[in-house]
Write a protein that binds this ligand. Structure first.
Ligand code: GRF
Length: 193
């Protein structure tokens, strides 16, 4: 059987993109075809290249274009798109071309601490300021509205009073590394069956 083809979109450090690349590296069922980044100097660009994955760097205008990403993904026969710290809004045309095939990870328990402008440390600072005793990650399909697509899975971690936003972020990254690749694989298997 032909492998399911993934495209990973990432704008930053790329720890999630890296864990997905490594997870599927030796599995014949899934192929990471390319990593797309809108930032040429993002650490993920070098990371993916050193892991032997093709990297596509594009401009923000290209991301906003209604046909660029659709054509790119179709030209590579992409089945699933995984957003791993991708900070631009996905055009509706791509969402309509790939219904329930674009998966995002958000570093909070949505619907809390989601929406435009809620990313990175800002999320964990807000969680801290609110005095939350738990936080977590949400893996969900991408819809036309930021962080509002149908949820696939959530995972929790406890937060102690003394945890700083940085420490909360570390706990969240740990959850992401552990669960994101597994959940993506489970979704893909659902598609294959
Ligand atoms: C992660 O916390 C993820 O939940 C969010 O953006 C962050 C990206 O981190 N969408 P990294 O670039 O994968 O290290």
């Amino acid at each position: 059987m032909k492998p399911i083809k993934l495209a990973l979109f990432a704008s930053g450090t790329g720890s999630n993109a890296e864990s997905i690349i490594r997870y599927f590296e030796h599995k014949s069922t899934v192929e990471v075809v390319f990593v797309l980044s809108n930032k040429v100097h993002a650490p993920i660009v070098e990371k993916a290249t050193s892991l032997g994955v093709h990297v596509v760097v594009c401009s923000n205008q290209e991301v906003e274009d209604t046909s660029y990403l659709v054509q790119l993904c179709q030209a590579h026969q992409i089945d699933y798109i995984i957003l791993a710290g991708f900070l631009r809004k996905i055009p509706d045309t791509l969402i309509q071309t790939y219904p329930e095939k674009i998966i995002n990870i958000h570093p909070s328990l949505l619907p809390k601490y989601g929406g435009a402008g809620m990313y990175g440390l800002k999320v964990h600072q807000a969680v801290k300021e609110a005095g939350e005793t738990e936080s977590g990650i949400t893996i969900h399909y991408v819809s036309e509205h930021f962080d509002e697509g149908q949820r696939i899975a959530q995972f929790y971690t406890t937060i102690s009073e003394t945890d700083s936003p940085d420490e909360i972020q570390q706990k969240i990254h740990q959850l992401e590394r552990t669960y994101f690749p597994i959940v993506v694989e489970k979704e893909i298997n659902r598609f294959i069956q």
